[in-house]
Design a protein around this ligand. Structure first.
Ligand code: PNS
Length: 166
């Protein structure tokens, strides 16, 4: 099956609740290796995130506006269903630590079993970004900490507004 997004494309899946500078680094580096990067926001109806999936997609679109050949989509259910439906053959995941590598390897094996031939490529987090996570950003935002070193400037107002209102 031909890939709906072109031959040399990859999927970068995640929750992106919200997008961080760690995610942005992976997207930019994946965009330098692949012709198209499809950023897939998991839509889990059982888990109420901090931001709605629509907001996360919108924040990613604004944060990625200056990076060519990046598409933002959302997907319900299994990642392997999405790769089968679209014909995407490569998944990219960022790895920040040995613990990440462990869990990501398990996820890669499961996805490869569900969609044989699907490859997962790991990108090591850049130095300085190994401590950045969306959960840490949410925690810092709750206490009004400065987030400018952790999230793209385009979405900073969204996060401040979300946590000022709550
Ligand atoms: O940003 P995250 O939360 O680390 O992303 C995890 C994500 C969304 C990529 C992963 O949980 C996922 O794809 N879930 C969809 C369900 C699925 O396919 N599970 C099987 C692989 S373990």
């Amino acid at each position: 099956m031909d890939c709906k997004f072109g031959k040399h494309c990859c999927l970068y899946p995640g929750s992106f609740d919200p997008v961080t500078l760690g995610h942005m680094d992976v997207i930019r580096r994946a965009a330098s290796v692949f012709d198209t990067v499809v950023v897939g926001v998991l839509h889990n109806p059982d888990k109420q995130g901090c931001f709605s999936v629509e907001r996360r997609v919108d924040m990613l679109r604004r944060a990625c506006a200056d990076i060519p050949h990046v598409e933002i989509i959302s997907y319900p259910g299994l990642l392997a269903q999405l790769t089968k439906e679209t014909g995407i053959r490569v998944v990219v995941r960022g790895v920040r630590s040995a613990a990440d590598l462990d869990s990501e390897t398990t996820m890669a094996h499961i996805n490869g079993r569900l969609d044989p031939g699907l490859e997962t490529v790991f990108l090591p987090a850049a130095p300085g970004l190994t401590d950045v996570s969306a959960s840490m950003v949410r925690q810092l935002a709750q206490f009004g900490a400065d987030l400018s070193d952790y999230v793209p400037s385009q979405v900073l107002p969204d996060i401040l507004a979300a946590f000022t209102q709550s």
